[in-house]
Design a protein around this ligand. Structure first.
Ligand code: SF4
Length: 375
């Protein structure tokens, strides 16, 4: 069978070549046929969601997507892809958690809607009673082998929990504190991130996770670290409007505080990605998105540096993702001493008033930390 080391290599190779599932499917199908891999049953529950992650998953370009579903994972219930409906479909879900406890993967797509005991989100009907999303996710989640939250909403609340959050939405981890939830964040999550995580679970068990519960495999580095425009940032050469080819930091890019491998993996079969289209990264994989990252086109506020100089950097990130931000700040200081940033900042003076955005982000950040303390 494919060793874990080879698998990890394929994850990176697939990102660069854009054919992750094409590379991964033949050796895995062989291993399944030889009985070396147990086909893990999968059930997917959709709660407060736009179903964007299902659409993203459907966008695995290669025809081997169906091979993965039929040969490597036993995809049993997913109301978007079900070919049957009503009790016939729901019965498969019931059968899975009743007869296969601690053997299946529960995938949750969508936020956990808590208001009025979750009754704004019905996902089933049993014995004359509507079943809410939180009820079903808890019931199935407690018996699952692994619980995987996909997309921004299921992981950290996402747009559905955006201020003022009338549905009191939150991420799956908050309603399942007994379980470790594997978070595959993104708005939507990249199909490779979803499928790669599932394959890792099927073959090698839980992947190494970072502090917000995301697989390091895909979320181990910031967008900024691998960004092809980094050389512009290093020299303080910034775009003054969206659509320009320079570093997009001053028009709102959240790449310095956003963890994902978008720069090397890109989207739509490696076709392109936001920064490649000259628009800023909006930080959609991060906890607190979208409130913490809003407005998307405003850059992070200025912070004072020794000697009274103010330089534009990721001060919001200083609170959220300390180490990276310290590294970036160190980097900015180096550039500052070399005079590159002052020179170029003079050319691109900030016109946006970001104080209200900062206040909003800080308030949200405080709230979010309080809410997620138990994770
Ligand atoms: Fe790339 Fe954004 Fe970093 Fe600039 S700030 S180098 S555009 S990730």
């Amino acid at each position: 069978m494919l060793s874990r080391r080879d698998f990890l290599k394929l994850v990176v190779k697939g990102a660069v070549l854009g054919n992750f599932s094409q590379l991964i499917t033949p050796p895995l199908a062989k291993a399944v046929a030889a009985g070396e891999v147990h086909k893990l049953p999968v059930v997917m529950i959709e709660t407060g969601t736009c179903t964007g992650d299902s659409i993203s998953l459907d966008n695995i370009w290669t025809p081997t997507f169906s091979d993965i579903l039929t040969n490597i994972l036993d995809w049993r219930y997913d109301w978007i892809m079900n070919q049957v409906q009503g009790q016939e479909a729901y019965g498969i879900l019931q059968e899975t958690y009743e007869k296969m406890p601690h053997d299946y993967i529960l995938i949750v797509q969508g936020s956990m809607i808590q208001r009025d005991n979750g009754h704004y989100n019905h996902v089933g009907y049993e014995n004359g009673k509507f079943i809410t999303g939180i009820e079903l996710v808890r019931r199935i989640g407690l018996k699952a082998k692994y619980v995987v939250a996909i997309g921004s909403c299921a992981t950290y609340g996402g747009p559905v929990s955006g201020y003022p959050n009338p549905t009191q939405s939150t991420g799956v981890q908050n309603i399942l504190p007994e379980r470790r939830v594997i978070n595959v964040s993104g708005c939507p999550a990249h199909p490779d991130w979803i499928m790669g995580t599932l394959l890792h679970l099927a073959l090698y068990g839980e992947p190494e996770l970072e502090k917000f519960g995301r697989p390091k495999l895909f979320y181990g580095e910031t967008v900024h670290n691998r960004c092809p425009r980094r050389r512009f940032y290093d020299q303080g050469i910034f775009a003054t409007a969206i659509g320009q080819k320079e570093c997009l930091f001053r028009v709102g890019c959240k790449g310095p505080v956003t963890y994902s491998d978008c720069p090397i993996r890109r989207w739509n079969d490696r076709f392109n990605w936001p920064i490649g289209c000259n628009t800023p990264c909006i930080g959609c994989t991060e906890p607190g998105y979208p409130d913490l990252m809003s407005p998307f086109t405003s850059h992070f506020p200025d912070i004072p540096f020794p000697g009274g100089t103010k330089v534009n950097t990721d001060s919001i990130g200083l609170g959220v993702l300390g180490l990276t931000s310290v590294a970036i700040t160190g980097h900015v200081v180096t550039s500052l001493y070399k005079g590159r940033i002052q020179k170029n900042l003079l050319k691109t003076s900030a016109k946006t008033n970001h104080r209200p955005a900062l206040k909003k982000a800080q308030a949200f950040h405080k709230y979010w930390l309080k809410k997620t303390n138990k994770i």
